[in-house]
Write a protein that binds this ligand. Structure first.
Ligand code: ANZ
Length: 834
């Protein structure tokens, strides 16, 4: 028998789909829709790796399945094509990053097409396309106009090796996530997006999403909501300096245990309050602290000695009136809360370590509940909850939660504090000093020392007025990158674009000089809204239209890697909420259901990497066994979310299955006669349809495939020349989302002249999916009250559930407690109830 010639059959169907635009997304009146989205790839120079087709096949199975369920499906693909690797390559080779980027895209596109994904290719986009950049810049301008994009001098994470500023999210253990280079803290003028304005919504709206638990938790932790209070400690400098130290605390119940307060070294009060004798010591300390990372500063553990200095100044305790010393210490961070804390050494580990080193008093105000084995507070902080002690008649004896409320009420009454919610989330440092990114569409006036003859392009003396930003006119977008020969960042922290002087400086009709912003956007920008553009990719007048938003948004299923749990998914949600507030989308959240595919490891169980030499190249697999086999294999490897090793021997297994289906259709005659459909085949067919349908609905693709394998084996084992047509056709239809080329080829051989892409998905009859159905009498306290039909091998729990569905049985049990159940399979169910 002729073999399944994948090298001929697969390109044939790929051409067929392309020519007929089989997967063009169109909304029909009265039909439901599904928007199925993959996290679009960064088109790297090395092409697809086998991890890509895993998620892409999963989403493609769903897209194809939903089309067969008569739904309108939007399944697009594009390229997240700004970013460092292309730029690094450009720095190394001198080739413009745009050139390499579009070459890589062509290669990725070829590879994806060889796998038969049912994308609507007419919607393809790249974040580097100028007509896409135009709208990314436009959204930035909207953020700017609403006060959500602003400049600020921030202590940034400057990575000298990469020549750029990195977001906190891009740093792991004090090193850059990319390249593992050291990172320093440095003040720099930056553009910052005020994501913190959306902290509450970002946290709150997670509730309605069908996302993996771990990802929701990661986002929650990142947002870091904590409830507490702000407390004012007035300065006690005998009226010389008015003002107070304001702290944020999550434990207002411990207020009477405060023995000192601490300012972060960056706190503006430090200079003001420090006494003359202490000035030199405090200044030296502040200078030293500036070089340390937040991580080093907050590290806990016995070996991490706390450092600090006394300012010599004092505050007044807001309730007791006692005077307490003000210290400066770097374990208090200037970007969190108010940058100052009230120290309660008896009940906070960091304060305890600090007080122990500097001999500050430790005052217990919370007693553990009886039976606790907590050490005395002199030895170890008791951080748990309990009962208030040593805090006066108002508070003593109160449990922690109650005491928190009482203290806050008391503070509010005296105008010394209030309840507040605090978030760990920081604003998003949005500028990068790199070439290959979207230019930030802002410019600034230039003051020339001698305005008439000066030319800033010739380095004539000038000052750029960064304090007077001007947005580029929307009609002038996109603001394109200048051509350059050298893309290296260099050591000007204004970035490499600062060297493109002819681009940077320009004269307007007012005869004055202006300077463009030379920072570019971070790579995350383009992926913040690409799913919106897919709904309306060729719109020249707007980023996307209202109708497109109504037709396709939100994304119903989003498939992609877990590494994006926090960054991309949080940034995109932030932009989406902003766009929602502008009225540009009617949906509060962009991605309703999210699924992460598990990582595919090498055969050795190690992460695939060039250095280990265990990388499987999808091109090789396609060449050898075809795209369908790769798709089938990746879906058969195990549960989608699981981490799993590549096993070449198992590829042979799915190839045998594919060939078996092909040979069934090719070599046997089909008959419509009902006699050919014996009872066993009929029941197995309905069971298979039911199981495969349920498995696809829950993305349990590996068990769907094994169910189809059993059915294919059953059909192949029949010795007859002829096979029941319905059985074979249903098998072909069900296999087609997984192996679409095979599906189409078989469908054609079966005599159909149209693609099966939108053919109705097979249906099953429930009664034919159970083997032997038996009827059982149901008794309540010995009297027959109903009858249920259940499979002969039903468990007691199944039968009970079926019985409870009977209104009559349920009504006799109403208000009673079931004390015993007697179940005789095949005979009777007796429920004893009181
Ligand atoms: C007094 C206190 C007593 C505290 C106690 C804890 C236990 P989360 O939950 O993470 O929000 N804190 C506040 N601002 C800080 C800053 N800028 N740098 C370092 N630490 C800071 O943590 C809030 C708690 O962390 C606050 O509550 C404060 O210490 C400290 F028995 O105040 B607590």
């Amino acid at each position: 028998p002729a073999r399944y010639e994948h090298e001929v059959i697969e390109p044939k169907w790929q051409r067929y789909w392309a020519e007929r635009e089989t997967f063009k997304a169109i909304r029909r009146p009265g039909k439901g829709k599904k928007y199925v989205l993959d996290m679009f790839p960064y088109p790297s120079g090395s092409g697809l790796h086998v991890g890509h087709p895993e998620g892409y096949t999963a989403s493609d199975v769903m897209a194809r399945y939903w089309r067969m369920c008569d739904l309108d499906v939007l399944h697009p693909m594009g390229w997240d094509s700004f970013g460092l690797p292309a730029e690094q390559h450009a720095i190394n080779t001198g080739t413009h990053p745009g050139v390499t980027t579009y070459e890589n895209i062509a290669n990725f596109r070829r590879q994806l097409k060889s796998l038969g994904f049912s994308y609507d290719w007419s919607r393809e986009l790249a974040t580097t396309d100028w007509d896409y950049v135009r709208w990314t810049q436009w959204i930035f301008l909207q953020l700017y106009k609403k006060g959500l994009a602003e400049q600020s001098e921030v202590l940034v994470n400057w990575c000298p090796a990469l020549g750029t500023v990195l977001a906190n999210e891009e740093i792991i253990d004090g090193k850059s996530e990319r390249g593992d280079h050291p990172v320093e803290r440095l003040p720099l003028r930056q553009w910052v997006l005020k994501i913190t304005k959306y902290a509450e919504e970002l946290e709150e709206d997670l509730k309605g999403l069908d996302w993996p638990e771990g990802t929701m938790t990661a986002q929650k932790l990142w947002i870091g909501r904590s409830e507490g209070a702000r407390v004012m400690f007035p300065l006690a400098c005998s009226g010389a300096i008015p003002g107070s130290v304001e702290v944020f605390t999550t434990r207002p119940d411990t207020l009477m245990g405060v023995t000192y307060v601490v300012l972060a070294p960056e706190h503006p009060l430090v200079e003001r309050v420090t006494s003359e004798e202490r000035r030199a010591a405090v200044r030296a300390y502040v200078r030293e602290a500036a070089g340390k990372s937040d991580l080093d500063r907050t590290a806990t553990g016995k070996d991490k000695g706390k450092t600090g200095v006394d300012t010599g100044a004092k505050v007044v305790h807001p309730l007791s009136g006692e005077e307490l010393p003000i210290w400066v210490a770097d374990y208090v961070l200037w970007g969190y809360g108010t940058g100052a804390v009230m120290a309660v050494p008896a009940h906070d580990e960091r304060d305890h370590a600090f007080a122990t080193i500097f001999g500050l008093p430790i005052k217990q105000v919370v007693a553990p509940d009886a039976g606790s084995d907590a050490l005395p507070v002199e030895e170890e902080a008791f951080v748990g909850e309990g009962q208030v002690v040593n805090s006066g008649p108002l508070l003593d004896g109160q449990p922690t939660s109650e005491a928190k409320k009482v203290v806050v009420e008391e503070l509010e009454k005296n105008e010394r504090g209030a309840a507040v919610v605090n978030y760990r989330l920081r604003d998003w440092v949005f500028s990068r000093q790199r070439y290959w990114g979207e230019p930030i569409p802002i410019y600034f006036p230039v003051d020339m020392a001698d305005h008439d003859t000066g030319d800033p392009r010739k380095d004539d003396p000038h000052t750029i007025r960064f304090d007077q930003p001007i947005p580029v006119e929307e009609a002038e977008l996109p603001l394109k990158l200048p051509d350059m020969d050298n893309f290296a960042p260099g050591n000007d922290p204004q970035g490499c674009l600062a060297r493109a002087k002819d681009w940077r400086f320009f004269k307007k009709s007012d005869g004055k000089w202006y300077a463009r912003e030379t920072n570019t956007m971070p790579q995350w920008a383009g992926s913040c809204w690409y799913y919106l553009r897919f709904s309306d990719p060729t719109n020249l007048k707007r980023a996307w239209g209202e109708e497109a938003d109504e037709q396709w948004l939100p994304v119903d299923l989003y498939v992609g890697g877990q590494e994006h749990a926090v960054l991309h998914l949080l940034y995109a949600r932030f932009w989406h909420k902003f766009l929602f507030d502008l009225g540009l989308t009617k949906h509060r959240e962009p991605f309703l259901k999210l699924v992460h595919q598990g990582m595919i490891l090498g055969t050795d169980g190690e992460k695939m990497s060039k250095s280990r030499g265990n990388v499987v190249n999808p091109d090789d697999v396609v060449k050898e066994v075809g795209g369908d086999a790769l798709r089938l294999y990746e879906m058969f490897m195990g549960p989608l979310e699981a981490v799993k090793p590549w096993q070449t021997a198992q590829v042979a297994g799915v190839v045998r299955f594919r060939d078996k289906v092909f040979q069934l259709v090719r070599n046997r005659e089909m008959t419509d006669s009902t006699e050919a459909m014996d009872d066993e085949t009929l029941r197995l067919m309905h069971k298979t349809i039911k199981k495969v349908t349920q498995d696809v609905e829950t993305l349990s693709f590996n068990t769907a495939i094994s169910t189809m394998m059993i059915f294919a084996n059953h059909l192949a084992s029949r010795k007859t020349e002829t096979l029941p047509r319905a059985a074979v056709e249903n098998l072909v239809l069900m296999v087609s989302p997984f192996a679409p080329h095979l599906g189409e080829e078989c469908w054609e051989m079966l005599g159909h002249d149209q693609s099966l892409a939108c053919h109705p998905w097979p249906r099953y009859q429930e009664e034919l999916t159970v083997d032997d159905v038996v009827k059982l009498g149901v008794q309540v306290n010995g009297k027959t009250r109903g009858e249920v039909s259940v499979p002969a091998d039903a468990t007691e729990a199944d039968v009970m559930a079926a019985a409870m569905e009977q209104e009559k049985v349920a009504s006799f049990l109403d208000g009673k407690r079931v004390v015993k159940v007697i179940y005789v399979p095949g005979r009777i169910l007796n429920i004893v109830a009181k």
